[in-house]
Write a protein that binds this ligand. Structure first.
Ligand code: NAP
Length: 316
């Protein structure tokens, strides 16, 4: 029986592991298919405080992992395929290999996965011209031409933000009508740096043999194809929170994100805490995820010590 099991090894899960391990609670951390989370798919991180020269995503995650191990956190490889939270603590976590773990508390930090277009040239160029995070990578495209794919609020937000760096931002959307809210649309429409390619379906990210992105090949509603030239392609077609293994046993919002009591990591189940992007569709930053991981660990510690009643606050 574990005192606490952390599911997920992004900045939220690893920060929670550091705090719980330092509190002598010997957490077990379950690392799934992508150890280290989304940051391992990025290259340089320039906005994580403490690294004036920047740091590579995988290096930062590796350092966080080592830091937690130094205080006694243990790691187990294998995706959590199911959990049984129905009869309260202790909880059962089932791994994909069939192994079952029993724990007094669970911290869920499984993150959210950016949706991709699934077109040729996209995956090969991630971190080399294709990105899903304007806040993370916009700075690398100063004075360049950028494409943003998508017609929702995320695409509008990213397009507006990227005009700070780019000479030109072209929004490519598969329909002529945008999905984004009126106010977000209008804000971007007033921005002279933004061009529109509405009614164009992305077909392929084109790059040179040296791996330099040249633009996005698209097909118009009339069936004609063309290349929209750009140095960077930002895919902003939404995120999917990694919550399907929970089978609705904790309260999720309409988009599948875990609902936590505001200002805490408390979920609808006593003894179950959530941190990082799995409960945050707004900020989605490594530093905010790490901060929420710290909150979850402190909430969990108080709960285990009996100093805190898991008061969900009647949000159900
Ligand atoms: P979204 O609203 O689901 O929009 C996704 C967009 O991507 C849609 O325009 C969709 O096209 C397009 N798309 C999806 N799959 C595609 C594919 N395979 N190929 C090409 N295009 C594709 O997602 P979101 O913009 O991330 O927003 C998610 C939620 O967060 C929304 O509720 C939104 O309001 C909220 N949000 C709010 C803010 C804010 O208020 N500041 C900022 C960001 C997000 P179709 O329109 O044709 O389906």
């Amino acid at each position: 029986m574990y005192k606490s099991v952390i599911i997920g090894t992004g900045p939220a899960g690893l920060t929670a592991a550091i705090y719980l391990a330092r509190a002598s609670l010997n957490p077990l951390v379950i690392e799934g298919e992508q150890p280290g989370g989304q940051l391992t798919t990025t290259t340089e991180i320039e906005n994580f405080p403490g690294f004036p020269e920047g740091i590579q995503g995988p290096e930062l995650m590796d350092a966080m992992r080592k830091q937690s191990e130094r205080f006694g956190a243990k790691f187990q490889t294998g995706r959590a395929s199911a959990v049984d939270l129905s009869s309260g603590s202790p909880f059962t976590i089932t791994l994909e290999n069939g192994e079952q773990l029993s724990t007094e508390t669970v911290l869920i930090s499984t993150g959210a996965s950016a949706k991709y277009l699934g077109i040729p040239g996209e995956q090969d160029n991630i971190g080399r011209g294709v990105s899903t995070c304007a806040t993370c990578d916009g700075f690398f495209f100063r004075g360049k031409k950028i494409i943003v794919v998508g017609g929702g609020d995320s695409a509008m937000e990213e397009a507006g933000f990227l005009t700070r760096f780019a000479t030109e931002v072209t929004v490519v959307h598969r329909r002529e009508e945008l999905r984004a809210s009126k106010i977000m649309q209008e804000r971007v429409q007033q921005n002279e740096k933004v061009k529109w390619a509405l009614g164009y379906t992305p077909l392929a990210v084109e790059s040179s043999p040296e791996g330099v992105v040249k633009g996005l090949k698209v097909r118009g509603l009339d069936g004609s194809e063309k290349l929209i030239e750009a140095d960077g392609v930002f895919v902003a077609i939404g995120h999917t929170p990694n919550t399907s293994f929970l089978a609705q046993q904790v309260k999720l919002d309409e988009h599948g994100y875990i609902v936590v009591k505001p200002g805490t990591s408390l979920t609808s189940v006593a003894g179950v805490f959530a941190c990082g992007d799995v409960q945050d569709k707004k900020y989605r930053q490594a530093i905010t995820a790490a901060g929420s991981g710290c909150m979850a660990a402190m909430d969990c510690e108080k709960y285990l010590e009996g100093d805190m009643v898991h008061d969900w606050g009647g949000l159900l």
